[in-house]
Design a protein around this ligand. Structure first.
Ligand SMILES: [Zn+2]
Length: 168
């Protein structure tokens, strides 16, 4: 086994156990509930559990801050045209670092931690979470490459209570 794989010993061992009871063989690639969820990578979010979903029900797209980027639009285009998605939820959350830190703060934190200069990166930070959500949802609604009749809404997920609140 290559030496660099040692970093993954624990999860590879867990996977050896997983395959013994694996029961998702034959699960259809289409989203059974027609749902796509764009949310943050934050560990406090369990997208399936919080919406009463099970594996196969939805397409989950995650990035820092739940931002609607070109890559998210590309992925949603494939999800709507090919994978049965006809409704899209955009779900940022409370206490998101992406919505509370400034660009300079993030650059400073990385610089202090590693000495690496990340000023050339676009972190897509959010200064007004509600306003940014409205814009991101509108970006999906007005994108011309989706099939007609797609439902799109924006919500905020409260990581302290688990509650989802509709914003738009
Ligand atoms: Zn977040």
């Amino acid at each position: 086994m290559p030496e660099h794989l040692e970093a993954f010993d624990d999860v590879l061992a867990a996977n050896d156990e997983y395959v013994k009871t694996f029961d998702l063989d034959g699960l259809a690639p289409r989203a059974a509930r027609g749902l796509a969820i764009v949310t943050c990578m934050d560990s406090r979010i369990e997208p399936l559990d919080m919406l009463g979903l099970k594996p196969g029900d939805a397409k989950i797209i995650r990035n820092a801050g739940a931002r609607v980027t070109e890559d998210v639009l590309r992925t949603l285009a494939l999800a709507t045209h090919l994978l049965g998605v006809d409704r899209i939820m955009v779900v940022p959350h409370t206490n998101c670092k992406m919505a509370s830190a400034t660009r300079d703060q993030v650059i400073d934190i990385v610089e202090q931690a590693s000495g690496i200069d990340v000023r050339s990166l676009d972190f897509r930070l959010v200064s007004d979470q509600r306003e940014t959500l409205l814009i991101d949802v509108q970006k999906i609604r007005s994108w011309p490459f989706f099939p007609p009749g797609i439902a799109v809404s924006g919500f905020v997920y409260d990581v302290g209570t688990g509650r989802l609140t509709a914003v738009t």
